[in-house]
Design a protein. Structure first.
Length: 175
């Protein structure tokens, strides 16, 4: 079953106007909190956003790659306290993909909106825009916002020819 989730997962940027059930939101929260963390320091925190007005504002975070947040019934900001762990980026990345895989297992689709190291439409850090909208304290860092929901269309996963075309990137024992 797990491999089917990996094989079928695709980023979706258009969602149905359908609320996600509370049980599924709770399951996504559990998946996020169960994600591995270096030395179990758990520097990550998560902001679950269901307010349409807030999601609309977040869709303007950057000129490319955020507009899909306005159609999502759920956004999950993945943030961290960098003072807790020097590898917060890795820990938040793992949590982000745990959320995406859990969404797939729950019959939802998702898309990662990169925030860290991105700029807003004015050339400022997109992270500052997100912090302002979500009232995130200054010391925190924002890695991503994951959009999740029921897809308005459902692309198929990559077929086996895609994987075969990438096999030159797999090395054994040395490069």
């Amino acid at each position: 079953m797990f491999f089917e989730i990996i094989r079928n997962r695709r980023s979706v940027r258009s969602f149905m106007d359908k609320k996600i059930e509370n049980e599924k939101i709770e399951a996504l929260a559990e998946a996020a909190l169960r994600s591995p963390s270096s030395r179990s320091l758990n520097p990550w925190e998560f902001i679950f956003i269901t307010d349409k007005n807030t999601l609309q504002k977040l869709s303007d975070t950057k000129p490319h790659g955020a507009s899909f947040l306005k159609s999502a019934p759920l956004g999950i900001a993945v943030i961290a306290d960098p003072e807790k762990c020097d590898v917060w980026i890795e820990d938040c990345s793992i949590a982000s993909i745990y959320i995406q895989l859990a969404a797939e297992a729950l019959g939802l689709k998702s898309c990662w909106c990169q925030i860290r190291k991105r700029q807003d439409k004015n050339g400022d850090e997109a992270e500052n825009y997100v912090k302002k909208i979500l009232n995130i304290p200054e010391k925190y860092k924002v890695l991503s916002v994951i959009a999740a929901g029921y897809p308005s269309s459902e692309p198929e996963g990559h077929d086996s020819s895609y994987v075969k075309s990438q096999m030159n990137k797999i090395h054994y024992n040395n490069f």
